[in-house]
Design a protein around this ligand. Structure first.
Ligand code: ZN
Length: 990
C-alpha cells in the first residue's frame, strides 16, 4: 500500500515538472489578399496552422476579428475614443466606418461552429468539432473581406494611402495563465502568438509598399532599389501630395517571415524611398534599413535615416542582435499617437523613429502582454530611447526642439536642465497633484496623460535608476540574459525580475513591487552632516514607506562630483562617509537626478555655512522647472479693473508652478490708483492627507479685498478617489465664508450717503459629481448655505438656503452643443428679511454672489452698461439670460437651454422659471410667478459671452418696444477662471 502510494507520488512528479516547464502555442499563417483601392476593401483567404503545445486539451479557440471594432459606436473602441475626448469616430458616416465580413471558418476542411462573444463584436470563439490534444495541430481556413475605415486609429485609409494593421482573423494567446481574448482598443495594445507568416498581396502595379517579412519578388526588389537611388539623387522635393491614378495592371507581392507574431503592410503610390544598411556589432550580419515617406516634411525624413540605423545598431548592442533581414519605417497618417510598431515595420512620425524601431525588441522579439503590462514594452523601450538620444546628443533636452530661442529658454529657467529632469517632469506634475497611477496597470486603466507620464516616461526613468544602481555593465549583462532567455516568447513581469535578480545577485522587490506596482513616492533627505578628521559623515534619511537605494555625492565649488556612493536600499537612516572629499562645498543626494522623487528640495546641504539647507532664491517669471539647488518663487504681473477701484496694477507671486508643493500659495497684491488702496487676494493650500487613486484632501485658506468688501474663507476639500477612468469626479467641500461689506442705508435724503458695515458668515457644504467625454458632460451639484449675520441684535434671523443644479450637455453635431440645466433653490427656516438680507435671496437672472466668487466689473453699480447683476451675470441661481429683477425669498426653480446654431459663434437660448416671493418683499411682485426669456447668445472665446434677449417677461407684452429697449437689455458673462493657469494645468493633467 505504502509502496504503491510512493510510486504514485513519484509517477506524478515528472508530470508536475512538465506542467511547470515553459510552453507556447504556435500559429503559422498563409494569407492571400487583394486590395481594391476604389472600394477601399480587402478580399482575402487565410489558412492557419495551429499547434497546441500546451498540456491542456482545447475545446475552443478564441479569435480576434479586430476590423469589427470600427463597425459601430458601441464597440470597446467606440467607447474608449469618446472617453479619450475624440469625437470623429462617433460622428463618422456609416461608409467611413469599417468591419470584417464573409467569414466561413473550417477546421481541417470541416465547417465549424462560431460563437460570437456576448460583449464584443471583434471577438469570437471557434468551437472545435473534436478536442485539440496536446502537441496536435489543426488547419483553420476562412475567406474574409475587410471594409477599411477612415483613419480613426491604426487600421484605415486616407484616400489611397493604406495602413493595413490588425486586419486578419487571429487566434488569441493561450498561455500559462489561460486565454487572453481582448477587444481592439486605441489605448491598449496587443498580445499574439509566434509563428511563420507567408502573405501574398495583390494590388495595382504602381503602389509602393512597406511590410513585415522578406519580399520574395526579384522584380519588385529591383524596383525598390531603383526608387531608392532616385530618391537619394533628389536635391529638392516637390510639395505635391496628390494621388497618381492607379494603373490597371496588378502585381502580387509575397512576404515571408518566421518568428514573428503579427503582420502589417502600408501601401501608397507617392512614397519616396531611401535605403541604407547596418552591420551588426557582434555577428557582422547586415540589416537593410528602409524609409518610405511622402513629400511633406521630406527634408526631416531624409535626415531620419540615421535614427533608424542607430536604433538597429545600439539596441542590438545593448539588448541583443536584431534577428531579421530588414527594418523599415513608413510615413503614415496614423490617428493613434505619433507612431505604431509592427514586426520589422513601423508607421511613424520622424521624431518617433528610434522609439518605434526599438519596439522590434520590446514587443517584437520579447513578446510580452502589452495590454496588461504596457510598461514592459513602452517603458523599457523608453529607457533605451532616452539612452540613445543622450548618446547622440549629450546636451539632449526635450525643450531644445520646442523652445529653440536661447534667450527664451533662459527666461523660463530651461537652460542647463538635465534630460533626466525633463523625462521625469510630467510624472512629477501629475504625482504632485495626486493624479498619479501605478506603473503596472492594464493600459486601458490610465488617463490620457498618465499613459504617457507613467507608462513611458516614469518607467523609462525607473530603468535608468535601476541601471545606475546596478552599474551599466551589470544591467546590460542582465538584459542580455533576459533577451537570450525570452526572445520569441511571452515573458511576464516575474520572469524579468527573476532574470535580473539572478544576473545581478540582488533581491529587487523594492523595484518590482514598490516602484512598479504602487504610487508610493520615494523621498530621501540629508538629515545630518558632521566633519570628523577631514572626513564627512553624512546621515541619509529614507522618508518613503519602503526601502530604496540612494546615490549621495560630495560636490566641489565648480559642481564636479568628488566622490559618489550608493546607500541602501536604505530602510530608515543610514550613514555614509566621504574620505576623499576635502574640497567639497556641498553634499548632494542624487546629483544626476535619476531618483523618481517629486520633492527634491531636501536633496542638498552646504558645508561650513550658517544655513546649510538654505538654497539660493530665484525669482522666476511665470513658470519653470524645479531645481534642487535653488528655491524658486514665481511671479506674473497682473492688471485688474472695476468701476470702484478703476485700474489696478499688481503682481501674482506663487511658490508652485509645474510641480505642486505640499504647501502652496498664491499672493496677488493689486494697487488701486483711484482708491489709493492695496487690494488683492491670497490663497494658501495644504495637502493634508496621503494621496491615493487620484484622490486628495486639501485644506485651503483664502483672503480677498476688492472694491469695498473684505473676505476670508477657510475650506476643506475632499477630491474623492476614482476607481477607473470611466468613474465620475466627486468633490465634497466644507467652507466658511466671512464677508464684510458696506451697504447703503435707505435714507430719505438722497444727498446724504450713509454706509453701514454689514458682516456675515456663511458655513457651507457643497457636493459635486461630474463626468464627461467627447460628446457629453453631466454634473449634479448640491449646496447648503447657512446665512449668519454677525450682529449684536438678537432679532437677526438665520436663513438656510439649499440649492440643486443639474446639467446635461450633449454635442449633437461636430463642434455644436446643446446645453441643458435645471435649478431648484429653497429657503428653510427663516426668510431672508431685514436690512442687508436682500442680497441673500435667490436671483432669477443670476445670483447676487454673496460669497464674492465672481469677478464683476461693476459690483458697486456705478456704470450704466457694465452694471453687475443687471448687465453682467454669473449664470447662477435661475440663470436667466434676460434680466428680470426677481429675487425669491421662498423658492425658485428654472430650466435653461442653450443650443449652438450652424453659424459659428451664434447660439439660441430659452429660459423658463417659477419664483415664489413672500408679500414682505419690496422689489418683486409677491406670489408664485412664472417667467420666460428667449434670445441669442454670441460667444467671444472662452472669456466672454453676450446675450441678446429677443422675447421674454422682461419686456412689456413680451417684446421690445424699440431698438433701444432691445440694446439696453443686452447682457454678458465674464469667465475669468477659464484663464486661471493653475486650474488649467490641473484640468489638463486629469
Ligand atoms: Zn511605443
Amino acid at each position: 500500500m505504502i509502496k504503491t502510494f510512493i510510486g504514485l507520488v513519484l509517477g506524478l512528479l515528472p508530470l508536475n515538472l512538465l506542467a511547470q516547464a515553459y510552453w507556447q502555442q504556435e500559429v503559422n499563417y498563409t494569407i492571400q489578399v487583394t486590395l481594391n483601392d476604389q472600394q477601399h476593401t480587402l478580399t482575402a483567404t487565410e489558412e492557419i496552422e495551429y499547434t497546441n503545445h500546451s498540456p491542456d486539451q482545447l475545446s475552443f479557440i478564441y479569435f480576434h476579428l479586430w476590423p469589427n471594432a470600427y463597425q459601430n459606436r458601441q464597440t470597446a473602441l467606440g467607447k474608449q475614443l469618446l472617453q479619450q475626448n475624440k469625437s470623429d469616430f462617433f460622428f463618422a458616416a456609416p461608409d467611413q466606418r469599417g468591419y470584417i465580413t464573409g467569414l466561413d471558418f473550417k477546421i481541417n476542411g470541416q465547417l465549424v461552429k462560431v460563437e460570437p462573444d456576448p460583449k464584443h463584436l471583434d471577438i469570437c470563439k471557434l468551437l472545435l468539432p473534436a478536442p485539440l490534444l496536446p502537441n496536435q495541430s489543426i488547419t483553420i481556413t476562412t475567406p474574409f473581406t475587410v471594409k477599411l475605415p477612415n483613419s480613426f486609429s491604426r487600421l484605415g485609409h486616407l484616400g489611397q494611402s493604406y495602413q493595413i494593421t490588425q486586419w486578419f482573423p487571429k487566434p488569441a494567446v493561450y498561455d500559462r495563465q489561460g486565454w487572453h481574448p481582448m477587444p481592439y482598443l486605441n489605448q491598449g495594445e496587443f498580445y499574439s502568438e509566434y509563428g511563420k507568416f507567408d502573405v501574398s498581396i495583390t494590388l495595382p502595379d504602381n503602389y509602393i509598399m512597406g511590410a513585415t517579412g522578406v519580399l520574395q519578388n526579384p522584380e519588385e526588389q529591383a524596383r525598390m532599389d531603383s526608387l531608392a537611388t532616385a530618391t537619394a539623387n533628389k536635391t529638392t522635393f516637390s510639395t505635391d501630395l496628390s494621388f497618381p491614378a492607379s494603373v490597371s495592371r496588378t502585381k502580387t507581392l509575397r512576404f515571408v517571415q518566421d518568428n514573428i507574431h503579427d503582420f502589417a503592410w502600408f501601401a501608397d503610390k507617392r512614397f519616396n524611398v531611401l535605403k541604407s544598411a547596418v552591420i551588426l556589432p557582434r555577428s557582422g550580419q547586415t540589416v537593410t534599413t528602409w524609409l518610405l515617406f511622402l513629400n511633406k516634411d521630406a527634408a526631416t525624413w531624409v535626415n531620419s535615416l540615421k535614427d533608424i540605423n542607430q536604433a538597429v545598431k545600439y539596441y542590438s548592442e545593448w539588448v541583443g542582435e536584431y534577428p531579421y533581414a530588414h527594418a523599415t519605417a513608413v510615413d503614415g497618417a496614423l490617428s493613434a499617437g505619433s507612431g505604431m510598431e509592427y514586426p520589422m515595420v513601423t508607421v511613424t512620425d520622424p521624431e518617433a523613429i528610434i522609439h518605434e524601431v526599438g519596439h522590434n525588441w520590446f514587443y517584437g522579439i520579447l513578446g510580452s502582454n502589452e495590454r496588461e503590462y504596457a510598461w514592459m514594452d513602452e517603458g523599457i523601450n523608453s529607457y533605451y530611447e532616452f539612452r540613445l538620444n543622450e548618446l547622440e546628443n549629450p546636451d539632449y533636452s526635450q525643450f531644445e526642439p520646442i523652445v529653440k530661442n536661447k534667450k527664451i529658454r533662459k527666461v523660463f529657467g530651461l537652460e542647463n536642465i538635465h534630460a533626466n529632469n525633463l523625462n521625469l517632469l510630467l510624472y512629477q506634475m501629475v504625482g504632485s497633484r495626486s493624479l498619479s497611477q501605478p506603473v503596472q496597470l492594464p493600459a486601458a486603466a490610465y488617463t490620457n496623460t498618465n499613459y504617457g507620464a507613467i507608462v513611458y516616461l516614469k518607467t523609462g526613468m525607473l530603468f535608468k535608476y535601476l541601471a545606475a544602481y546596478l552599474g551599466q555593465e551589470k544591467f546590460d549583462g542582465a538584459m542580455h540574459a533576459y533577451y537570450q532567455k525570452w526572445q520569441f516568447r511571452h515573458p511576464y513581469p516575474a520572469d524579468l525580475q527573476t532574470v535580473l535578480e539572478q544576473e545581478s545577485g540582488e533581491k529587487l522587490d523594492w523595484f518590482f513591487k514598490n516602484l512598479i506596482q504602487t504610487t508610493s513616492p520615494v523621498d530621501a533627505a540629508i538629515k545630518n552632516v558632521t566633519s570628523i578628521n577631514n572626513q564627512w559623515q553624512v546621515t541619509v534619511q529614507n522618508k518613503a514607506s519602503f526601502p530604496f537605494p540612494v546615490p549621495v555625492a560630495a560636490v566641489d565649488a565648480q559642481g564636479n562630483i568628488l566622490e559618489q556612493q550608493w546607500v541602501g536600499p536604505l530602510v530608515h537612516d543610514e550613514q555614509v562617509i566621504f574620505k576623499n572629499a576635502n574640497q567639497a562645498v556641498k553634499i548632494v543626494i542624487d546629483p544626476d537626478q535619476v531618483l523618481p522623487e517629486i520633492n527634491r528640495s531636501n536633496n542638498q546641504v552646504k558645508l561650513n555655512q550658517p544655513f546649510p539647507a538654505q538654497e539660493k532664491l530665484r525669482l522666476q517669471f511665470l513658470a519653470g522647472i524645479e531645481q534642487p539647488d535653488r528655491k524658486q518663487l514665481y511671479y506674473l504681473p497682473v492688471i485688474g479693473a472695476n468701476t470702484q477701484d478703476k485700474f489696478m496694477l499688481g503682481l501674482a507671486i506663487y511658490n508652485s508652478s509645474l510641480i505642486q508643493k505640499k504647501v502652496n500659495y498664491v499672493l496677488m497684491p493689486m494697487y488701486s490708483f483711484n482708491q489709493n488702496q492695496l487690494n488683492g487676494t491670497g490663497t494658501i493650500n495644504l495637502n493634508i492627507l496621503p494621496r491615493k487613486n487620484m484622490g486628495s484632501t486639501l485644506f485651503s485658506f483664502q483672503v480677498a479685498r476688492f472694491e469695498k468688501f473684505k473676505k476670508y474663507e477657510p475650506s476643506l476639500t475632499f477630491n474623492l478617489a476614482r476607481t477607473s477612468v470611466y468613474s465620475p469626479d466627486q468633490q465634497l467641500r466644507f467652507s466658511s465664508t466671512h464677508v464684510s461689506t458696506p451697504i447703503q442705508l435707505p435714507l430719505n435724503n438722497p444727498d446724504v450717503n450713509f454706509e453701514y458695515n454689514f458682516a456675515y458668515t456663511i458655513p457651507s457644504v457643497q457636493y459635486r459629481i461630474s463626468s464627461k467625454n467627447a460628446i457629453k458632460r453631466i454634473s449634479a451639484q448640491a449646496v447648503i448655505d447657512v446665512l449668519v449675520v454677525n450682529r449684536n441684535s438678537t432679532t437677526a434671523s438665520t436663513p438656510v438656503l439649499g440649492k440643486l443644479t443639474l446639467e446635461y450637455d450633449r454635442q449633437y453635431r461636430p463642434g455644436k452643443w446643446l446645453q441643458s440645466r435645471f435649478f431648484a433653490g429653497k429657503f428653510f427656516g427663516d426668510r431672508p428679511v431685514g436690512l442687508g438680507y436682500d442680497q441673500f435671496r435667490l436671483g432669477l437672472s443670476g445670483s447676487q454672489d454673496y460669497k464674492k466668487e465672481t469677478i464683476f466689473l461693476d459690483r458697486s453699480q456705478r456704470s450704466s452698461s457694465l452694471t453687475a447683476f443687471i448687465h453682467q451675470t454669473d449664470n447662477q441661481d435661475g440663470a436667466f439670460k434676460n434680466y428680470l429683477p426677481v429675487y425669491a425669498d421662498r423658492w425658485l426653480t428654472s430650466v435653461n437651454l442653450l443650443m449652438d446654431l450652424p453659424i459659428s459663434p451664434l447660439s439660441w437660448y430659452g429660459d423658463a422659471g417659477l419664483a415664489s416671493v413672500s408679500a414682505s418683499s419690496i422689489q418683486t411682485k409677491s406670489g408664485n410667478n412664472f417667467y420666460y426669456g428667449i434670445g441669442f447668445a454670441v460667444k467671444g472665446g472662452k472669456l466672454l459671452q453676450f446675450y441678446f434677449p429677443v422675447v421674454g417677461s422682461n419686456y412689456q407684452n413680451g417684446l421690445p418696444t424699440s431698438f433701444k429697449d432691445f440694446t439696453r437689455n443686452i447682457r454678458f458673462t465674464l469667465n475669468v477662471s477659464a484663464y486661471n493657469p493653475f486650474r488649467f494645468l490641473t484640468n489638463t493633467l486629469k
